[in-house]
Design a protein around this ligand. Structure first.
Ligand code: PLP
Length: 438
């Protein structure tokens, strides 16, 4: 009680930089969500990050829960990652020829992940997904793919597709510039819906090359799937000669070293990784059995290449970060810390009868303005509830807490978040929720 709205933080320098940026880049940004369109104000230009904290151009300090959208599981500017990157950079930054560092990162991953046998490094999550789709098509000699409404897989043409009307439909493009003929190869169905899945396989018998899913959908809220659904998905794909692709660009190395595959103990046919794998530098990867990966060039007929693929500096960051993740108890500690934090917030909201739920898995969490016990598909989210997030976001920013600028985005806790950080954040969230619900 008695909580009052805080005055807005100063954004003079950020606003100046944004005005300049708008003359250089569409919308002033190099990736759309950064433009702060769905929350109050203009974007903050970040100058520096250290541990769990970031500082903007006006000198405002924040505890950060965006973590560069997922990669920074050790926090900002981790000493081990920085030192490794600097030491590798002393020897040059790119060769376009094999280096031992690629072997080193691959070995770290493959020795500790029973779900893939071979992999290929690329430079982003989008590229990993695009290549995985091509591999599935080349391997199965089929053209159609199936995706779920509410999953994001990067900006490759065939996946910028949303559901049309009806339960099982060809998608409609969700971006200008994607040919309708591409969308016609993509089937889109709701998450967590076995019936829709069965119908899709019946309607398109022997035509579906791959089903792609974020096994932990975290780009449209956190749409946690029932394990039974994921198991059903595994089985129906196998029965139909369709490859199952887990897009683990967010969940990989996040909910555990083996990602969602390990968490649910389900073996997909192809897995894509990004974000954490590169320690904050541009790395993505896709992996599968040796047999499936044998179809990639130069061994096989599916072409895929990259000038900066396996870049030594990026590999160095990945090696340093993943080495830390393999320390005993790393995930237990991180996940427990997250659970304590989210439970405290939920208790606070429940005690006050707020229509507010915290969904969480591993060190990922999402605030939903709802009274539903579970939200498993995109349709379950009330778009009007985003007004409340907008208020929350503003109050939190003014209290020194930085969340991704959209209510559909999840938050991440890193190993660098301290007890003091989390206490301060909880208090800020309690005060802000009181205002949002007053
Ligand atoms: N797949 C998933 C699940 C993602 O969350 C993202 C990005 O957020 C991508 C793919 C695309 O990755 P990138 O932005 O590195 O291209």
């Amino acid at each position: 009680a008695g909580t009052t709205t805080k005055p807005d933080i100063s954004r003079e320098k950020s606003a100046e930089l944004f005005a300049k940026a708008k003359t250089y880049f569409p919308g002033g940004v190099n990736s759309p969500v950064r433009a702060f369109k769905s929350v109050h104000g203009t974007p903050l230009f970040i100058e520096k990050g250290d541990g769990s904290h970031i500082w903007d151009a006006d000198g405002n300090e924040f505890i950060d829960y965006c973590g560069s959208w997922g990669p920074l599981i050790l926090g900002h500017n981790n000493g081990k990652v920085r030192e490794k990157v600097i030491s590798v950079m002393q020897n040059g930054m790119s060769f376009g020829a094999p280096t031992a560092l690629e072997n080193e990162l691959a070995e770290l991953i493959l020795k500790n992940n029973k779900y893939i046998q071979k992999l290929r490094f690329v430079s982003s999550g989008t590229e990993a997904v695009m290549s995985a789709i091509r591999l599935a098509r080349g391997y199965t000699k089929r053209d159609k793919i199936l995706k779920f409404e509410g999953c994001y897989h990067g900006h490759t043409d065939s996946l910028l597709v949303k559901a049309g009307s009806g339960l099982v439909t060809f998608g409609e493009t969700s971006s200008a510039g994607v040919p309708k003929s591409f969308a016609d190869e993509t089937i889109v169905i709701p998450l967590n819906d076995e019936q829709a899945l069965e119908q899709a396989f019946a309607n398109f018998k022997d035509q579906i090359a791959a089903v792609i899913i974020e096994p932990i959908p975290a780009n449209n809220g956190l749409l946690l799937q029932e394990k039974e659904f994921l198991k059903f998905l595994r089985i129906i794909c196998a029965q139909n000669g369709t490859l199952l692709i887990f897009d683990e660009v967010i969940s990989g190395f996040r909910v555990g070293f083996e990602g969602a595959a390990g968490h649910y103990q389900i073996k997909p046919d192809i897995i894509t990784y990004g974000k954490i794998i590169g320690g904050g530098l541009p790395v993505g990867c896709y992996g599968a059995s040796a047999e499936i990966m044998g179809h990639i060039s130069p061994d096989g007929g599916v072409y895929q290449a990259g000038t900066l693929s396996g870049n030594p500096v990026a590999m160095a960051a990945g090696i340093a970060q993943l080495t830390e993740l393999l320390r005993m108890g790393f995930y237990r500690e991180l996940n427990n810390k997250t659970q304590e934090f989210t439970e405290a917030i939920q208790r606070f909201a429940t005690a006050r009868n707020y229509k507010f739920k915290v969904f969480t898995i591993g060190s990922i969490f999402w605030f939903a303005f709802t009274d539903k016990e579970a939200i498993r598909s995109a349709d379950d989210i009330d778009p009007a509830s985003m007004d409340k997030f907008k208020k929350l976001h503003r109050e939190l920013l003014n209290r020194g807490i930085y969340f991704g600028p959209s209510g559909y985005e999840v938050g991440f806790i890193s190993a660098a978040h301290t007890k003091i950080d989390l206490e301060k954040t909880k208090r800020a969230i309690f005060d802000s929720l009181e205002l949002v619900f007053s």
